[in-house]
Design a binder for this molecule. Structure first.
Ligand code: SF4
Ligand code: SF4
Length: 133
């Protein structure tokens, strides 16, 4: 059975030492937060964290710039992007259920037809809504 690190086994000197060590560590952690700014949870979704520059959120597709080269679909490591034939041309479709926001598709696109946003709000009631064709 797993035991907490500061569990004191009966009749063992090492157990007492590690128990004291554990308490000292806990006290030091408490002291650290006495003198540093407390971390508190924000009231999401009313409040939102300010995202750092370069944050990778949902990729978006700009159809007018796309040359149907398929590079985005080929590089996608999560199989979230697939080429779909519509008429004579192929267009990428994005499945945000699978997307890991790695940004590879935006990086590889030669015409900047895919760009990353700072949007990470993918929650939805129907998973079909997260497939964009
Ligand atoms: S961001 Fe990454 S996982 Fe998402 S569609 Fe682009 S390549 Fe695929
Ligand atoms: S890599 Fe860019 S241009 Fe090529 S298919 Fe994807 S979105 Fe279109």
């Amino acid at each position: 059975m797993l035991q907490p690190t500061h569990y004191i086994p009966t009749g063992g000197g090492m157990g007492v030492i590690s128990a004291v060590e554990g308490h000292v560590r806990a006290l030091l952690t408490g002291l650290k937060y006495l003198v540093t700014k407390p971390r508190i949870t924000i009231l999401y979704p009313e409040q939102a964290e300010e995202l750092p520059q370069g944050y990778r959120g949902m990729p978006v597709y700009h159809k007018d710039k796309c040359i149907s080269c398929s590079l985005c679909a080929n590089i996608c490591p999560a199989n979230a992007m697939k080429m779909v034939k519509i008429g004579k041309k192929k267009y990428p479709s994005i499945n945000y259920n699978r997307c890991i926001f790695c940004g590879f598709c935006a990086e590889v696109c030669p015409t900047k037809a895919i760009t990353l946003t700072q949007d990470y709000h993918t929650a939805t009631l129907r998973k079909e809504d997260l497939v964009i064709e």
